[in-house]
Design a protein around this ligand. Structure first.
Ligand code: MN
Length: 380
């Protein structure tokens, strides 16, 4: 029986993780859960999964929850509540399914304890890849990606040697604006941008998919996860999202992992690796799919993807600046304060303005995140 800590339990990865846990009640139990604000769904999850402790980032909501459920379980609050769960609960697997920079601090606590980290929170590796990967080695922790593309690459690399990899090819759906022109992007609405063709996800990652920043973050994530030269990470548009990503080897052979899109597959793999357990989450019928198509990404139209490649090259705190300004810009777009094409504009301005630090320590990363948010917050 493996004990699981799941931070971000009411988001799309969190909900799917609990579905996987429910499929194998004799293999997994839930030790702790956390949410930002959604205590309604958390209450239902508490009834079904009986965690020993929960954390609610929003303090008013934490108080509300305590009043409703009494002393039956421990309710922690604030960002330090997430850290405390990661640092002091008794568990085997840490599932990091929080959104954005907030995932970093608790993930580091779990790494320091040498746990298995099933990581869906890609921002952790984007902002602190160098630090996180060295901490993983020092502490003998294990990092298994939950992001579907990285899970596909991870699966394709089983039994292979990393020095025999020619390149990795991340697939991208292209999002809702694949067939719009660059000038048409000026006038797209929030509803247009939230209308993802293949995946049902939270609003932040859905906007990131529409700008293709999501793929940009994934390129940086792949760089840290697989320790490959930067020019060996490619992106190809594949609108059907059936091939989740590919690895090409030095002999020209290519391995891919495929299925009908369903996040329960990469989540389950991260929980059960190196084993596979029987489950009937999805069916993949090739005669129904018929066509798999591919395009080159348009770096001119999807400026965010280009910016991500640039900051990967620059290194230091540049990816942290990119991430923080993107989080601010996406929030502004979602609340109707800026238009869609102002997202790359705000990121660009922030990268120009904020000073870069090479090989940042954790304090410098937090400082950079804070400084960038302050600056980007004033732009429109
Ligand atoms: Mn992904």
């Amino acid at each position: 029986m493996k004990k699981i800590v799941l931070l971000g339990s009411t988001g799309s990865i969190g909900v799917n993780t609990l579905k996987v846990v429910k499929t194998f009640p004799d293999k997994f139990s839930v030790e702790a859960l956390s949410v930002n604000t959604n205590i309604q769904l958390l209450k239902e999850q508490i009834k079904v999964f009986a965690p020993k402790v929960v954390a609610v980032t929003d303090r008013a909501k934490a108080k509300e929850l305590r009043e409703e459920i009494g002393n039956s379980i421990k309710v922690l609050e604030g960002e330090e509540g997430l850290k405390e769960i990661a640092a002091s609960s008794e568990y085997d697997i840490f599932v990091g399914a929080m959104v954005g920079f907030a995932g970093l601090a608790p993930t580091i606590e779990a790494i320091k304890r040498g746990k298995r980290i099933a990581l869906a929170n890609k921002e952790t590796l984007v902002v602190a890849g160098e630090l996180v990967t060295s901490l993983i080695q020092e502490n003998n922790a294990e990092l298994i990606p939950v992001d579907s593309e990285h899970s596909a690459i991870y699966q394709s690399l089983v039994g292979e040697k990393i020095n025999e990899v020619e390149k990795i090819i991340l697939t991208a759906s292209g999002g809702p604006f694949l067939h719009r022109t660059k000038s048409e992007l000026d006038s797209v609405t929030i509803e247009d941008a939230l209308n993802h063709p293949n995946w049902k996800m939270g609003s932040k990652i859905t906007i990131d998919s529409a700008t293709m920043m999501n793929k940009g973050l994934e390129v940086i994530e792949a760089f840290w996860l697989f320790n490959l030269p930067k020019n060996k990470i490619e992106v190809v548009i594949h609108p059907q999202s059936i091939i989740h990503s590919m690895v090409e080897f030095v002999d020209g052979s290519i391995k891919a992992q495929l299925s009908t899109p369903d996040m329960k597959l990469p989540i389950q793999y991260a929980l059960t690796y190196p084993d596979r357990l029987p489950a009937s989450h999805v069916e993949t019928k090739f005669h129904a799919i018929k066509n798999l198509t591919f395009f080159e990404p348009d770096f001119d139209k999807f400026e965010c993807l280009k910016l991500a490649y640039n900051v990967m090259e620059i290194g230091g705190t540049a990816p942290c600046i990119l991430n923080a300004s993107n989080e601010v810009a996406v929030e502004k777009f979602l609340t109707g304060k800026i238009g869609f094409t102002k997202i790359p504009y705000i990121i660009n301005k922030s990268l120009e303005k904020i000073e870069n630090h090479k090989h940042p320590d954790i304090a410098q990363i937090f400082e950079c995140d804070k400084e960038t948010r302050l600056f980007a917050g004033q732009l429109s």
